[in-house]
Design a protein around this ligand. Structure first.
Ligand code: ADP
Ligand code: MG
Length: 253
């Protein structure tokens, strides 16, 4: 069996891509699935969030063929959870790959040998639609779109959907949107409620029922190098990511 290959995509930064990648991954790991998180962002936030070490061979090293992908995989302190670290080197990759043949398929080439070693492989993308993200879109089967419940959300979503559908028509016919996920939700904010309602009405089948609440504990956990379910098992974020994991299992099966 090949792993479910998911990416977390939004050209906007600060919408909860990395937080979702880490905590959905950890929720699935806690349910007994073997999960690999790949940090494909030069900021390396995902790596630190699960106590990964970005000095070791990184995603960059594996993508440019400096090391085998197996050499880049690290065991985390958390059961069933593995990571390929990100590093600043990735910042130059967009430019380095531009003149290469098959420049959109370097990530696929790097990750293909380990496809059947995990139940889930997640790639955390940078906040842009450049060549790095294109590599992620060419490798993946499913996209999760995390978004904040704010005014320009719809515009951003439309651009993202057009991009995904053009990739599907050209480079990767297997690419599908698994779902749109609302993050950092505050019940009391009227605007949050309106945005959730509008987008849910517009894309009834795409929006996940689970909504991730705003929680200070979710923002703190990365600085301790822990996913939320380890850092604070009774937190609202732990419950939300567990419920998202159940929905994701339903949708992929
Ligand atoms: P992205 O990867 O899209 O740039 P992040 O996942 O890094 O976004 O989130 C941006 C910031 O918001 C981070 O500091 C993160 O800790 C914080 N954050 C993410 N989700 C939540 C949440 N549900 N509640 C509170 N803070 C959050
Ligand atoms: Mg991020």
């Amino acid at each position: 069996m090949s792993a479910h290959k998911l990416i977390f995509l939004n050209q906007k930064g600060g919408v909860g891509k990395t937080t979702t990648c880490v905590n959905l991954g950890s929720a699935l790991a806690a349910l007994g699935y073997k999960v690999l998180l790949v940090d494909f962002d030069s900021q390396g936030n995902l790596t630190g969030s699960v106590s990964g070490d970005s000095r070791k061979p990184t995603c960059y090293d594996a993508v440019v063929g400096k090391v085998s992908v197996q050499e880049a995989i690290q065991v985390t302190p958390f059961q069933n959870l593995f990571v390929i670290p990100g590093s600043l080197d990735l910042a130059g990759l967009n430019v380095e790959l531009v003149d290469e043949e098959n420049r959109e398929f370097f990530l696929s080439k790097a990750l293909d040998p380990i496809s059947s070693d995990f139940d889930f492989i997640f790639v955390d993308c940078p906040p842009s639609l450049g060549l790095i993200t294109m590599n992620a879109m060419c490798w993946a089967e499913k996209v999760i779109i995390p978004m904040q419940c704010e005014y320009f959300a719809m515009e951003g979503l439309n651009l993202l959907m057009r991009t995904i559908s053009s990739v599907r028509k050209t480079l990767n016919p297997n690419l599908e949107i698994l779902g749109v996920l609302f993050t950092m939700y505050t019940k009391r904010a009227k605007l949050n409620n309106e945005v959730v309602e509008d987008i849910s009405n517009f894309f009834p089948d795409l929006v996940f029922k689970t909504i991730i609440p705003r929680s200070i504990r979710l923002a703190e956990a990365p600085s301790y190098g822990m996913p939320i379910n380890i850092y604070d098992a009774s937190n609202s974020g732990t419950k939300a990511y567990h419920s998202l994991a159940k929905e994701v299992l339903d949708r992929v099966n």
